[in-house]
Every structure is written in C-alpha cells, then in structure tokens.
Design a protein around this ligand. Structure first.
Ligand SMILES: *[C@@H]1O[C@H](CO)[C@@H](O)[C@H](O)[C@H]1NC(C)=O
Ligand SMILES: *[C@@H]1O[C@H](CO)[C@@H](O)[C@H](O)[C@H]1NC(C)=O
Ligand SMILES: *[C@@H]1O[C@H](CO)[C@@H](O)[C@H](O)[C@H]1NC(C)=O
Ligand SMILES: *[C@@H]1O[C@H](CO)[C@@H](O)[C@H](O)[C@H]1NC(C)=O
Ligand SMILES: *[C@@H]1O[C@H](CO)[C@@H](O)[C@H](O)[C@H]1NC(C)=O
Ligand SMILES: *[C@@H]1O[C@H](CO)[C@@H](O)[C@H](O)[C@H]1NC(C)=O
Ligand SMILES: *[C@@H]1O[C@H](CO)[C@@H](O)[C@H](O)[C@H]1NC(C)=O
Length: 523
C-alpha cells in the first residue's frame, strides 16, 4: 500500500512538471468587437513640471534632444505627444511684467529628492513663448495658479499665455494652445496650506468659479467648442471627484460651460518620504487594473456630459518616482499595460509627468550633474538621454499607428502575467501587442521562463505569416540597455541606432514570449 501511494505521488509530480511547458491559446477577433475603444494618436502624452520648463524647450534655440525624442513618437502616429505644463509649480507661479523668462527659487536637494521642485516661480511673457520650440503640431495645455486665490495674478498668467500664442513666432511654429487648467490638485490644498483645513468640495466649486470666470473672460474663452477651452477637475485623488462637482452644478456656471475635458491624476504609490517598493508589485496585471478601474464611474459620468476624459497627470510613483522601480526596464512593461488598459476603459490620453532629473522620466532633457537615485555628484555629468519607459511610448505609438482612427480591445490571455491587446483599423485587425510581466531580475537564477502563445482567430480564418518586433530587456531591474526591434534609442542625438530587426511568425505555430519581454505582431 505504502509503495503504491508513493507511485501515485511520483506520477502527480511528473504531471506537474510537464505542465511547466506553459502555453496559452489566445482568441483574436479579425474585426473590432462592439466594445472596442478609440486609440488617440496622442494617447501617450506628457505633463511637464512648470518650474524647469525652459530646460525642455531650450531658451535661445530649441533643445534638439527633446525635439528629436518627441519627433520619434510623432512619426509613428502622425501627431506629437500633447504637452501640459503645470503641476505643483502651477500653483506657485506668478507673472511679472519685469521678468523676461523665469526666475525660480529651489530648496536644497537631498537623497530622497535629488531634484526638488521650485518653491517660487516668477515668469514673464517670454516664458510662454518658448512653446514655439516644440515639434510643429503639438497641442498644449497651460496651467494657471488657483492655489494663491489671486484673481489678478491668474488673469495676468492667462493673458500672457494667450498673448504668447498670438505672437507670430508661436503661431508660425504650428504649436497650438488647446486648454487652460485653473489649479492643480485642488483636493490637496487643505493639506498643503493653500486653503484652510476645513475646505471641502462644496467650497471648491464657487471658489474655482470665482477665479476661472475672470480667467476665461480675459482669455476670450466662452464655450467648450472654441479653439481654447478649460480643463476641469485635475484632482490628485478621490478626495474630490468629477461626479461631485457635476452634481454641485459646476458645468452650469459661465466658466464651467467652457470645460471640454475632465482630468484626473493617478500614481500607484508615493515616494514623498522615501520607502521601499518592490518592482514586482508593479509588474502585476491585477495592480495595474486596480489602479485604473477606480475611475470607471467618473469616466462614465464625464462621457455622459459629452466631455472628454483624460489622466492629465500620471506615472508610477508620486514625488518623482522611486529608485529601482520607476527608472527600470520593468516599468516600461508597466507603462505599456497601464496605458493600453487605460485606453480600453475610455481614457483618451495619459499625460506622463516629467521633470528635470525625476526618476520616472521617459526623457531626461538636459545634462544631469547629480544622480537621480540619491543626489550624489555625477562625474562625468550625464548628457540628455531617454530612460527605459521611453520605449513604451514608442511601442504604444506603433500599436496605435498613423490612421488617426484605430481602435483597441484587450484580449483574454489565460496567464496571470501576460496581457494582450489588439488594434483595428476600419473593420480590420491590424496589430496586437503582448506583454509578459513575469519579472526576470538580476537576482533570478535558472532558465528564464517563457510562455508559448497560439493564435485562434474568430470571425473568419487567417493563415500565413505575420511580422513580429520584440522589446528586449536583459533584466527587469536594469536601468538601461534595452532594445526595440533591434534598435537602441539610448543615443546622444535621441535618434535610434542599429538596423531594424523583425521576425516572421507562422500564424499556425504562434510565438514564444519570455518573461520580462513584449512583442508586437503586425498581421
Ligand atoms: C490550444 O488549442 C489547440 C487546438 O484547439 C489545442 O490542441 C491545444 O491543446 C490548446 N492549448 C492550450 C494550452 O489550451
Ligand atoms: C495678487 O497678485 C498681484 C499681481 O501679482 C499682486 O500685486 C498682489 O500683491 C497679490 N495679492 C496678494 C493678496 O497676494
Ligand atoms: C473653517 O474654519 C475657519 C476657522 O479656521 C472658520 O472661520 C470657517 O467658518 C470654517 N469654515 C467652514 C465652512 O466650516
Ligand atoms: C496600485 O498599484 C500598486 C503598485 O503596483 C499596488 O501596490 C496597489 O495595490 C494598486 N492599487 C490598487 C487600488 O489596485
Ligand atoms: C550641471 O552643471 C552645469 C555647469 O555647472 C550647469 O550649467 C547645469 O545647469 C547643471 N545641470 C543641472 C541639472 O543642474
Ligand atoms: C508571474 O510572475 C511572477 C514574478 O513576477 C512569478 O512569481 C509567478 O510565478 C508568475 N506566474 C506564472 C503563472 O507564471
Ligand atoms: C549597459 O551596457 C554597457 C555595455 O554592455 C555596460 O557597460 C553598462 O554598465 C550597462 N548599463 C546598465 C545601466 O546596465
């Protein structure tokens, strides 16, 4: 009896081991299912911290590195990423008639915050005119100070913004002003001293109207359908919600009638006081979905009002990111899944927040003299460069394509670590992307796991071959040295180096997707 039961146990173990040859069958529709959502050509957009804005654009001439990095993204969808300038420093900015561009005061750096935000920013007309150095066709959102509750200053800022876009140099640059945002993360004002601690959403609405009203009037903004309109909400968390301000009647006020877009902000964690965040907790389908589905009711309420819905500021970890997470190759996989998941929920754009020297940047716009990790001196300094997350933007924009009207659905993939999305143009399946979030780390040992993906097409049959391009990462915790379709964007110019590598995939055979890798399939 003992002998025979141990035989049963051995057989069970053998069966388990055989099961390790992981394979999944993914059903891919050949035509867009009814729930398909639009893929905006500017799905991947950027939010720039206002204090160091001139570093992004250049002052006397354009910042060539930034221009190239944005143009790479633009070439894939036909539209440069949209740019919002604002965030925390939006509520610390004053306009002055005697300042040419800007004068900032910064607190000293420390190990947790090697590149702190300016505590005060004074700007002049030349500051907004730097917008002309962005790629032609860029659409912009500019932030105006609501934190100071100073109507005179808010109106001065708005007038200077409008004036800048009327100058011939900005008009001729093809950079377009779409939106003005009055106040950043007003739901936090009661915590950061900009309003009393008992300030609630009930006071927010009339307070916002009292500043946004004169701003809209000074800017000549009268409706949500004009060339320039207002961005609403821009809340940090769920303290105030779009649903609350709708039911408090904000959209019936004069400035509220000019709101065309509702923005909410999202970070999956916060590093304001440091902390230890495991990268694997980000490389997780349930975590990514959990951080986005919280917006479902607000997205629905916004669409019901006929307004657009965006994540107007987002990234992995608030307060500029966390080392070992936000600056890694693994987070690039997080960005792909997070952004495409957002698109399937009806979120039109995700503005990834960037500042000079922030850990979560896609792009480091200027030479850095201090480590982004701990503020230690960098000798030699590090020239402008892209971080791994930048590749996610390139891959997403490749999936989006250049028709301006592609659509997306998430594919059901029966593996806890693999997500998949299909893109359609017109009535036709065109591309799919698969992301294997299984973390393969520097500390991992043994054989790198891999999952075989078989395709099962629905709504017809499809045979022959497809073309695959791969996003290759040595380790999820690497901070550099990744490639997309054989090319590196980690170059001095920002232009890709190396020749494009593609592979042919027999549709009847499927493909292998190793841990910590993504693949894009062109059908
Ligand atoms: C995938 O589908 C094929 C054909 O239907 C089947 O033979 C195979 O067992 C399936 N594989 C998995 C992992 O379900
Ligand atoms: C409001 O802003 C104006 C213009 O910058 C400034 O002159 C004035 O002192 C400010 N008011 C307060 C109360 O800070
Ligand atoms: C908030 O607190 C202040 C005192 O700090 C008080 O004067 C004010 O009436 C309070 N406002 C509300 C709405 O409770
Ligand atoms: C958001 O993401 C973080 C990090 O991945 C995770 O720890 C957290 O649980 C997620 N939040 C929700 C609401 O799912
Ligand atoms: C690095 O040092 C150079 C030379 O001192 C300076 O011009 C530049 O602004 C510094 N960069 C940063 C990000 O502080
Ligand atoms: C998913 O990935 C994690 C590491 O990121 C790993 O521990 C887990 O075993 C993987 N699950 C599957 C089903 O492969
Ligand atoms: C990238 O690769 C180069 C050459 O193989 C190596 O010297 C460097 O340390 C790597 N950098 C990182 C951040 O992994």
């Amino acid at each position: 009896m003992i002998h025979s039961s141990s035989l049963v146990a051995t057989a069970a173990v053998f069966h388990l081991l055989a099961g390790v040859v992981n394979a999944v069958n993914v059903s891919v529709p050949l035509a867009p299912p009814s729930g398909a959502q639009n893929l905006s050509p500017t799905l991947v957009s950027f939010s720039i911290e206002q204090d160091n804005w001139p570093d992004w654009t250049g002052i006397d001439s354009r910042n060539e590195f930034v221009h190239t990095a944005l143009s790479n993204l633009a070439s894939l969808t036909g539209h440069p990423p949209s740019i919002r300038v604002g965030a925390n420093s939006e509520d610390h900015t004053f306009w002055s008639p005697t300042v040419t561009i800007n004068e900032d005061q910064f607190p000293p750096p420390n190990t947790i915050t090697p590149y702190p935000e300016a505590s005060s920013i004074t700007v002049g007309d030349g500051y907004y005119q730097l917008s002309r150095f962005l790629p032609s066709g860029t659409h912009m959102t500019w932030g105006v100070n609501f934190g100071a509750d100073n109507v005179t200053n808010a109106v001065n800022m708005a007038k200077s913004i409008i004036k800048a876009f009327q100058t011939s140099s900005v008009a001729n640059s093809g950079v377009v002003l779409d939106l003005i945002e009055v106040g950043n993360e007003a739901d936090l004002y009661k915590n950061n001293g900009l309003r009393p601690s008992n300030w609630t959403v009930n006071q927010y609405v009339p307070d916002w109207e009292s500043v946004a009203g004169p701003v809209a009037q000074a800017a000549g903004i009268t409706s949500r359908t004009g060339p320039v309109s207002l961005q609403g909400a821009a809340f940090a968390g769920q303290g105030f919600t779009p649903r609350q301000i709708f039911s408090l009647g904000i959209l019936d006020s004069a400035p509220g009638k000019a709101i065309s877009v509702i923005s909410q902000h999202r970070y999956s964690a916060a590093f304001c006081n440091g902390g230890d965040f495991p990268l694997v907790s980000f490389m997780s389908k349930p975590s990514i979905r959990g951080n986005l589905t919280i917006f479902n009711a607000d997205i629905a309420a916004t669409h019901q009002q006929g307004l657009r819905y965006i994540l107007g500021e987002t990234n992995s970890i608030a307060c500029h990111g966390a080392p070992g997470v936000s600056n890694t190759a693994g987070i690039a996989l997080w960005v792909i899944d997070y952004t495409l998941q957002a698109a399937t929920l009806g979120i039109e754009q995700a503005y990834f927040h960037e500042g000079v020297g922030y850990k979560y940047n896609f792009i480091q716009p200027i030479t850095l003299n201090r480590s982004i990790i701990d503020g230690s001196p960098l000798n030699p300094p590090q020239p402008p460069h892209v971080q791994p997350a930048y590749y996610a933007g390139i891959i997403i924009n490749t999936l989006v394509g250049s028709t301006g009207s592609s659509r997306i659905v998430e594919l059901t993939v029966d593996d806890t670590n693999i997500s998949g999305y299909a893109a359609f143009e017109g009535s036709k399946l065109v591309r799919a992307v698969f992301v294997n979030l299984h973390a393969w780390l520097t500390s991992s040992t043994g054989t790198r796991p891999s999952v075989h993906i078989d395709f099962g097409f629905t709504g017809g049959s499809k045979t022959g071959t497809a073309t695959a391009r791969r996003f290759l990462i040595n380790h999820a915790d690497d901070t550099a040295n990744v490639t997309w379709a054989g090319q590196s964007f980690e170059t001095a110019s920002g232009l890709p180096s190396g020749s494009v590598v593609t592979e042919s995939v027999a549709l009847s055979k499927g493909l292998d997707l190793p841990a910590t890798e993504a693949v894009l399939v062109d059908f």
